[in-house]
Design a protein around this ligand. Structure first.
Ligand code: NAD
Ligand code: UDX
Length: 472
């Protein structure tokens, strides 16, 4: 379907750039796609022969990589050369929350976007279409334009100023489901000013996406729609989580309430699973960004409204820690707590902003010894997230500590409590007989994910606390 676009370069080989371009390459074999990144380790991992060592775990990804890599999909650190060849360039770099300076803690840090844009201004050929894939504050395309059209580097040795078209094409994939989301998206959003450029990108998607699902808007609507979508999704989770606390207090059951609410077709039953609070690299950062934008436009009430979604999320994590401490006689110092799940959700190895981080930090502050098991997360990741080396206080045995367990069996050995934090499927089929024999009594199970089959544990004398269950 695609017309002029024969060569695509994507800057950023992360959770979005890698899977997105893999699906593009799979669906458009006639287009050559180069995914570039300045992180050479990441690129090496994308080029790994052993596909279990790809930098990202996503169901279905390895099959696509084995079909397309070195055919029309390439991963490289050679940014300049690949920018020069491209007819279309995707910016898919990270846009974290600013850590310092104006807007610190809320606004997006656009330094990676700016650096990429400067590289594009310098190396890309004229008439290249630039696509914002990263999630960006409204009107970032203005900034990109200003850089593209004003950087001295526009043409080192030519009088002719380069021309670029800018499109906003935010990505709505959710991790763990990325390939399915990319292959059959609910919608594809393309914002832009130039119809010809919009059509070039549209034609690429038409290779596998129904035209009815492709929405075209102006640039600012596309940029804002991405932030707004994430805010709406996060709002549903904070709403159900707020009710989980009310259920516990009033004797209701959040799972029953969830079914009752979700059966109203106007509300719908998706994305209202109660849990330990939302994590992931997007929701918090994007809502903070939305709050910052509202404040910037002097919309104080709107800013406060969205800020509340984040505050409730933090409250949920803190209150879960308090419940664990209270149930374990108000003291968890040197008690062993087995943490099942550290990823921010199942089917991913991503731990960014995982609720497990704050909850584990809280428990460590209370002096607990944590044993952490996750089927996909590596110990080094946990070490970085907790900012604490494992087994550091083993010799003294008198301070908070954590270690990584390779199996559930080892994880629960001698534990006073088990805390289920990620909804991995294997946690629905735990061997409670084995577990009850390994734990110290009285043994507690804290289930923050409303895990199926959890009630079986009662049969083996384990105490169960269930999120949102006023009777447990
Ligand atoms: P990531 O951190 O996994 O990947 C970004 C990559 O960009 C990194 O590998 C980094 O080294 C690279 N990079 C940064 N500056 C560069 C430069 N100048 N040149 C070359 N490479 C550079 O981030 P991500 O999770 O893929 O997210 C990327 C963007 O997509 C963000 O704006 C995010 O909000 C958005 N997004 C993420 C998701 C998600 O599920 N993770 C979903 C939708 C949208
Ligand atoms: C999110 C958006 O869903 C996606 O559209 C966007 O492109 C990127 O941000 P992601 O962060 O990958 O995707 O995962 P998501 O499935 O949205 O889950 C985010 C967090 O919410 C997780 O911690 C998850 O456990 C939690 N969650 C999700 C719930 O607690 N309950 C739910 O019903 C759904």
């Amino acid at each position: 379907m695609s017309n002029k676009i024969k060569n695509i370069c994507c800057i950023g080989a992360g959770y979005v750039g890698g899977p997105t371009m893999s699906v593009f390459a799979d669906k458009c074999p006639e287009i050559t796609i180069n995914v570039v990144d300045l992180n050479s380790k990441r690129i090496e991992e994308w080029n790994e022969k052993d596909l279990t060592k790809l930098p990202i775990y996503e169901p279905g990804l390895t099959k696509i990589i084995s079909r397309c890599r070195d055919r029309n999909l390439f991963f490289s650190t050679d940014i300049e050369r690949n920018l020069e060849k491209a007819d279309m360039i995707f910016i898919s770099v990270n846009t974290p929350t600013k850590k310092s300076g104006i807007g610190a803690g809320k606004a997006s840090d656009l330094s990676y976007v700016e650096a990429s844009t400067r590289q594009i201004a310098k190396h890309a050929k004229t008439n290249t279409i630039i696509v914002e894939k990263s999630t960006l504050p409204v009107r970032t395309a203005d900034t990109i334009k200003k850089i593209l059209f004003n950087v001295d580097a526009c043409n080192d040795n030519s009088e002719i100023k380069k021309n670029f078209d800018i499109l906003s094409n935010p990505e709505f994939l959710s991790e763990g489901n990325a390939i399915k989301d990319l292959e059959s998206p609910d919608r594809v959003l393309i914002g832009g000013e130039n119809e010809e450029a919009i059509n070039e990108l549209k034609n690429i998607y038409l290779n596998w996406v129904d035209y009815k699902k492709i929405i075209t808007t102006n640039l600012w609507s596309a940029e804002l729609s991405k932030l707004a979508s994430n805010a709406f999704l996060a709002q549903r989770i904070s709403s159900i989580n707020s009710l989980s606390a009310l259920c516990e207090a009033s004797g209701a059951d959040i799972k029953e309430v969830q079914i009752a609410i979700g059966s109203d077709s106007r509300i719908g039953n998706k994305f209202i699973n109660p849990g330990p609070g939302f994590g992931g690299s997007c929701f918090k950062k994007d809502i903070l960004n939305l709050v910052y934008l509202c404040e910037f436009y002097n919309l104080r009430e709107v800013a406060l409204y969205w800020q509340n979604i984040l505050d409730l999320n933090q409250w949920q994590k803190n209150r879960l820690t308090k419940i664990v401490v209270e149930k374990l006689f108000g003291n968890i110092s040197e008690k062993k707590i087995a943490i099942l799940g550290f990823a921010f959700k199942s089917k991913t190895n991503d731990t960014r902003e995982s609720s497990a981080i704050d909850i584990c930090k809280n428990l460590l502050q209370e002096g607990a010894n944590l044993s952490i098991y996750d089927p996909k997360v590596k110990d080094i990741q946990i070490e970085n997230e907790l900012n604490l080396k494992q087994n550091i206080n083993l010799e003294t045995h008198n301070k908070a500590n954590w270690n990584f367990s390779k199996s559930i069996q080892i994880c629960v050995e001698g534990a006073d409590a088990i805390l289920i934090l990620t909804e991995w499927e294997e946690f629905e089929y735990l061997d409670w007989n084995m577990i009850s024999k390994k734990m110290r009594k009285p043994s507690w199970i804290f289930d923050t994910r409303c895990t199926n089959n959890i009630d079986l544990a009662k049969k083996y004398g384990l105490n169960i606390w269930k999120l949102g269950n006023g009777k447990s």
